[in-house]
Design a protein around this ligand. Structure first.
Ligand code: FDA
Length: 417
């Protein structure tokens, strides 16, 4: 039954701040559950990050969800309860049956995209559904301050009169790609209200290097097993590594980059990036190096790896590329094995929020009720999306988080007694 049909008292006034991924879903569900909803967006555009996501195609969800791949400093138990509040199958049903956005799985990647391959269709469907449900949208409405006034909220807007609401949903995103409108407002506001947050750092971000042996490989993309470790954190991934003129990118690098970015912000000099080429194991490479003792080591590696990469790896291992495998000393073969299985990639930093797909850190989950996303210390105040201390890997995980938390906040803000 439509929740509006069972409504008896006057509707709650809910203001959603930020018309991004989480805000659009929050507004849609809040209206559907009977609230009078105003969606305030600071820029002239709606869902700018949806539009640029997935290379303009919007990787809307993963085909399967592995909860363990989300990253948080908060309780994993709380995180999992939130993730399970709107299961993947129900999210898929929402997009396909309620919004009319048919989804298709991209072959071999486990990612779901709109069948039209157009991010704009996802953004338009979300906005139209919300507006049809009664949500009023106000673009170019930058919220500058929020105050709690007698069990209600007063919201200050740049160059416009303040408005009042029974509930406020903060869906203002993180710090990544500031040109899309997210500048960390939610974090500043939370801290000014005494709400505990985890320190921020760029995540899913390209890593920089000044080592020309590797930057000269720009354009080469290769499957790897990669790990990043620092004094306190570590992460592993498999997938493509892309060499760039500035360092390293590609899904595998992005998925572990937060460990390095975090080490940089924490002043931890012990962070390392290591890679195993093609995910081959020790037995495979030993067989390659010991199998044909007549050819050169470089020749043996070239059968598996791109030529330019082989030259760099021979250089890093300090092995003369012209010598035959039979001529190589055991110690030289060991050095080569090391470079093939545990190659340390020299790195200097990361490309920062300008290029990061998401922001690590944010409002701690211990500050909110996991069922409702309501702030424990401030009834009527809700957080969702990237403002919270959670992000996931490449593959539709971050939209999954935005949709799930947006929906939970929207329903609770509308139905709170
Ligand atoms: P989001 O940033 O979407 O929205 C926040 C909104 O709040 C913005 O519209 C902003 O203007 C507004 N706002 C901020 N401050 C305000 C204020 N004071 N007043 C009013 N409005 C304010 N994820 C994924 O799952 N699949 C993918 O394919 C991709 N691809 C991708 C590509 C690129 C280039 C980036 C940068 C990111 C992705 N992501 C992704 C990540 C995904 O885009 C991200 O996790 C979600 O957009 C986060 O949703 P939010 O609603 O929390 O923030």
């Amino acid at each position: 039954m439509d929740p509006r049909l069972s409504q008896t008292s006057s509707p709650r006034k809910v203001v959603v701040i930020g018309a991004g991924a989480a805000g659009l879903v929050a507004a849609d569900f809040s209206a559907r559950y009977g609230a009078e909803v105003l969606l305030l967006e600071g820029t002239k555009h709606v869902g700018k990050k949806i539009l640029i996501s997935g290379g303009g195609r919007c990787n809307i969800l993963p085909a399967e969800l592995d909860e363990s791949r989300f990253v948080t400093d908060s309780s994993r138990n709380t995180l999992n309860r939130i993730l399970r509040s709107w299961p993947l199958t129900e999210q898929i049903r929402y997009f396909e049956h309620e919004l009319g956005v048919r989804l298709v799985e991209e072959a071999g990647t486990g990612k779901l995209f709109p069948a039209s391959q157009r991010a704009r269709d996802v953004r338009d469907a979300l906005l139209q559904h919300a507006e049809r449900g009664g949500v009023r949208l106000c673009t170019d409405c930058l919220v500058t301050e929020i105050r709690s006034v007698n069990d209600a909220w007063r919201i200050e807007i740049r160059d416009a009169p303040a408005i009042h609401a029974d509930a406020v949903i903060i869906a203002t995103g993180g710090l990544s790609i500031p040109t899309t409108g997210s500048d960390g407002f939610g974090f500043r506001f939370a801290e000014s209200f005494g709400i505990a947050t985890a320190p921020r750092y760029p995540a899913l971000v390209p890593v920089t290097s000044s080592d020309t042996r590797f930057t000269s490989l720009a354009g080469i993309s290769i499957d790897v097993r990669i790990s990043a470790s620092s004094t306190r954190h570590s992460a592993e991934a498999r997938g493509a590594l892309l060499f760039t003129h500035r360092g390293y990118s590609g899904p595998a690098v992005l998925d572990v980059s937060h460990v390095l970015a975090r080490a940089t912000t924490e002043g931890d000099a012990n962070a390392r990036l290591r890679v195993s080429w093609l995910s081959h194991d020790e037995l495979f490479w030993m067989d390659t190096l010991w199998h044909d003792s007549r050819g050169t080591a470089a020749g043996a590696l070239r059968r598996e790896l791109p030529e330019r990469l082989v030259s760099t790896l021979m250089d890093v291992a300090n092995v003369d590329a012209s010598r035959t495998l039979a001529q190589l000393r055991r110690e030289e073969k060991r050095r080569l094995l090391d470079v093939l299985l545990r190659c340390a990639l020299p790195w200097t930093g990361d490309e920062g929020y300008r290029k990061a797909e998401v922001t690590g850190g944010g409002v701690l989950l211990s500050e909110i009720q996991h069922g409702s996303m309501e702030c424990k210390a401030h009834p009527g105040l809700y957080f969702c999306g990237e403002t919270l201390d959670v992000f996931g890997p490449i593959g539709g995980y971050n939209f999954f988080w935005a949709w799930a938390t947006g929906r939970a906040a929207g329903i609770s803000a509308a139905t709170k007694e």
